[in-house]
Design a protein around this ligand. Structure first.
Ligand SMILES: O=C[C@H](O)COP(=O)(O)O
Length: 248
């Protein structure tokens, strides 16, 4: 089943108020694209201002705490992001799994908190290069899905992002055959975990998505969009990716 594409930009720890100048052109491209959903996930510091600058483009957070509120210095809850008008939260990005020791159990708790706040959880999974070289990519990603996905989620509440760790920020991508195989496995896993709801969950590919490879990647079966890091920081690089999605 062809699902509406979602092109999501993850600004990671990049951007200041001056960077909001990029939003107008991204907004225009999203409006022109029509049947493509476009999201931007800036640092927490820019969410409110970006909400003011965007309309068609929806805004998300890059993480949340699993609690609604409490004594958790430096943390932000999904409810707080909802209060700002955000619609998505990225959870379980490999950089958080590595930098902050986040486990599948914690990622699932964050995804459940996101959904409980009325937002859409973008749950990230992906293997390391060593795991792929050892022939374990499918097992690793399957185990991450088993551990990280909230089993009661509906298709409207959940997005999965497959991001091979070795492809993030490196300029390297898996072959189209490898992406197709992994996304097919993820779809089967979604059906096993969520039942019929798994049919409608969008599966994004992430890892060195650029203007010159976006069309090829987005045309692969079960690639329902992209989670874009570096190339989402400027309209010059993000707009062509949105336009590529609009041609499919
Ligand atoms: O969340 C985005 C990904 O980590 C991809 O980053 P990248 O497009 O810079 O490789």
């Amino acid at each position: 089943m062809a699902l509406r594409k979602l092109i999501a930009g993850n600004w990671k720890m990049n951007g200041t108020r001056a960077s909001l100048a990029e939003v107008a052109a991204i907004e225009a491209a999203a409006t022109a694209a029509g049947h493509v959903d476009v999201a931007l996930c800036p640092p927490f510091t820019l969410i409110d201002a970006m909400m003011q600058a965007a309309d068609t483009v929806v805004i998300g957070g890059q993480d949340c705490h699993h609690a609604v509120k409490g004594a958790h210095t430096g943390c932000v809850s999904a409810a707080m992001l909802a209060d700002l008008g955000a619609s998505h939260v990225i959870v379980g990005h490999s950089e958080r799994r590595t930098d902050n020791g986040e486990t599948d159990d914690l990622v699932r708790a964050k995804a459940e908190a996101t959904i409980a706040a009325g937002l859409i959880a973008i749950v990230c999974v992906g293997e390391t290069e060593a795991e792929r070289d050892a022939g374990r990519a499918g097992v690793v990603v399957g185990d991450q899905l088993d551990g990280s996905l909230p089993p009661a989620a509906t298709a409207r509440q959940l997005v999965v992002a497959y991001e091979p760790v070795w492809a993030i920020g490196t300029g390297r991508t898996p072959s189209c055959d490898d992406v197709a195989e992994m996304h097919g496995m993820i779809r089967a896993k979604l059906l096993a975990i969520l039942g019929e709801e798994g049919v409608g969950v969008r599966i994004l590919y992430g890892g060195s998505v650029k203007p010159d490879n976006a069309a090829e990647l987005l045309a692969i079966a079960d690639v329902d969009g992209a989670l874009v890091g570096g190339c989402s920081l400027t309209a010059a690089q993000f707009v062509p990716i949105i336009e590529a999605a609009a041609t499919i």
